[in-house]
Design a protein around this ligand. Sequence first.
Ligand code: CA
Length: 226
Amino acid sequence: MAKILIIEDEESILMPLEDNLKLEGYEVSSAKDGLQGLSLAAGHPYDLIVLDIMLPKMDGFEVCRRLRQDRVMTPILMLTAKSQEVDKVLGLELGADDYVTKPFSSRELLARIKAILRRANEPLRGIDFYRFGDIELDFVKYEAKKGGRPVPLTALEFSLLHFLVQNRGRVVHRNEILDSVWGKDVYVDARTVDKHVSLLRKKFEDDPQEPKFILGVRGIGYKFTG
Ligand code: CA
C-alpha cells in the first residue's frame, strides 16, 4: 500500500487526516515541522507528501523547493490557507503537483490523494518515447532531456506532456486536459492547467513567451505541435 508523509503542525488537521488515511489502508508517517519533514522526505521512499505551508522551523515552500533541488520527485500535495499562498504555489516553480485550500473536507482531500497516486503509478500508455526539437521524453523511465541535459519533471508534468504528445496536432480543451490528467473525480480550477503549461514552456521552449511547441488557443485550450 502507498506510503504517505504528512508534514503539518496543526494537531486538529494532522490527527483526523492521519486516521482517515490509515483507515483507507495507507501507511502514514508524520512530521510537525519543516526541518523534520524535509529529513524524513529526503531519506524515505514515500509515494506522496502532504505538505502544509505555514510550518515551524522551515515553511512548506522551502521544503518543496529543497526536495526538488535535490531531485526528490515524490508527488507533493500542498495545503494552503490563503489565496496568496495559492498564487505562490501556482506561480513559483516549486514543483508541487497539486494543492488543496483549507478548510477542506476529508473526502475532497482523499479524492485528490487518490488521483495523484493513480497518476504516479499508472504507466503512461501508448507512447513510450518521443522526440521533438532538442527534447527527448522517455515515458517509461520518466526521464526528460533538453539538449542532452536532464530536465527534472514531476509525475504530473509527465502526464500532462504525455497527454499533449498523444493529442499532437489537435486543439485540446482545458476541460479535456483536466479530466485526463487530473482525473474526473477531482475539482481543479482551469487556471491550474495554464500554470502547469507555462511551467512546461519554461522548461522546454527556447523562448517561453513565443512557444513553438505548446501553443495556446485562446478561450479553448492548447495545441501541441512538436
Ligand atoms: Ca500550519
